[in-house]
Each structure stands twice: as structure tokens, then as C-alpha cells.
Design a binder for this molecule. Structure first.
Ligand SMILES: [Zn+2]
Length: 198
């Protein structure tokens, strides 16, 4: 298993829901995804990023934040659904394991509630705030074929892609973060993500 890099077309496709009767068969894949995420110092990874066009993500924001005392506690979300998105909107820089060597400022909601199935097929709900909410929104985007580039206006997208391509040619690998390209405006949430409920 390896991380697929932009502009691989799998990163732009809408992923299919997982058949709940087949969740057991996905367990080892899910665990491998988590392993790869930790190895790459990421706090989230979506199935399409490892070449699997299914609605499954893994997120662990504690691991990245805890540093040396890190305890791996990945949360696996199968068929995640956003049931609430709101709070403030904040701009912060994001990186992506599929887009190494570059960071992009993206405006995100500070609160999100997600319902999903776990690796036993049991439903659960997560209410996330702040960085955790941001990480979830980033990974959920991947399931609909949206990468950080799609959040940018067309001109900034071209500029950012050029900087990214240079970074990859210069040897950037998944987990390498980079600077924000010069003159890039903070990216807005995509219109499709704007179902705010408050
Ligand atoms: Zn990403």
C-alpha cells in the first residue's frame, strides 16, 4: 500500500459507499491505512489516497499533537455522513499526504458532527471542534473527489499546482509539508459544503 499523489485521477472521483456486510473484509486494509498515516506523520488518510475508491477514512489528531508520548488511537469512519456543520469559519494552513511539499490556507467550519460505522459495523457519532473538525472536513472532502487544489480559485489553483510540481520534482514525499505559495488567497469552502445549520 502506498500514498497516491495528486494529480492521480482517483483523487478526483466520488467514492462509493461500503457495503456494510463487507466491513469485516476491510479491517486489515483499514489497519494498513492507519499504519501508513502514522509512518507519514499524517493525522488523517482517506481510502482514495491509497487507491481505494470507497467511503472510508481514518483520523487521529491526538497522535500528531502528543509528540513523544504519542499513543496511537485511530478512529475509522466507514460511510461517514455530516449531520451538522457550523460554528465559526476559520482560515488555517493545511497539508495533504497526497500533495507533499506545499501548504494551502483553507477556510473551514470550526464545528462538525459526523455519523459513521466503525470496523464492527456499529454506528457512532463524533462531535469535533477546531483542528479535529478541520481534519475531518479535509478527509471527508477526499471522499467526494475534492483536494485542497479544488478549494482555490482557478488562478491560484494553477499557481499552487506549479509550486507543488516543483516540490515533487525536488523530492517532496508524503508527510513533507511546505510553505504557502506566494500570493495565494485563502481558499473558500466549496459551495457544496455550505450546508450550515446555524
Ligand atoms: Zn488530504
Amino acid at each position: 500500500m502506498h500514498i497516491v499523489l495528486s494529480p492521480d485521477p482517483i483523487l478526483r472521483q466520488k467514492c462509493e459507499p461500503v457495503d456494510p456486510s463487507k466491513i469485516k473484509k476491510l479491517r486489515s486494509t483499514a489497519k494498513s491505512m492507519a499504519k501508513l498515516m502514522y509512518k507519514s506523520s499524517g493525522c488523517g488518510l482517506a481510502a482514495p489516497q491509497v487507491g481505494i475508491p470507497l467511503r472510508m477514512i481514518v483520523v487521529d489528531c491526538n497522535f500528531a499533537a502528543d509528540g513523544e508520548e504519542a499513543i496511537e488511537s485511530p478512529t475509522f469512519y466507514i460511510n461517514p455522513q455530516v449531520t451538522y456543520q457550523g460554528g465559526e469559519q476559520e482560515i488555517d494552513e493545511e497539508g495533504c499526504l497526497s500533495i507533499p511539499g506545499i501548504s494551502i490556507p483553507i477556510k473551514r467550519f470550526t464545528r462538525i458532527t459526523v455519523e459513521a460505522l466503525d470496523l464492527d459495523g456499529e454506528p457512532f457519532v463524533v462531535e469535533a471542534e477546531g483542528f479535529h473538525a478541520r481534519a475531518l472536513q479535509h478527509e471527508l472532502d477526499h471522499l467526494d473527489g475534492t483536494t485542497m487544489f479544488e478549494h482555490l480559485n482557478p488562478l491560484d489553483r494553477i499557481k499552487a499546482f506549479e509550486v507543488y510540481e516543483e516540490a515533487v520534482q525536488g523530492g517532496a514525499k508524503p508527510g513533507d509539508t511546505g510553505a504557502v505559495p506566494a500570493d495565494i488567497a485563502a481558499a473558500q469552502p466549496k459551495a457544496s459544503a455550505l450546508h450550515v445549520e446555524d
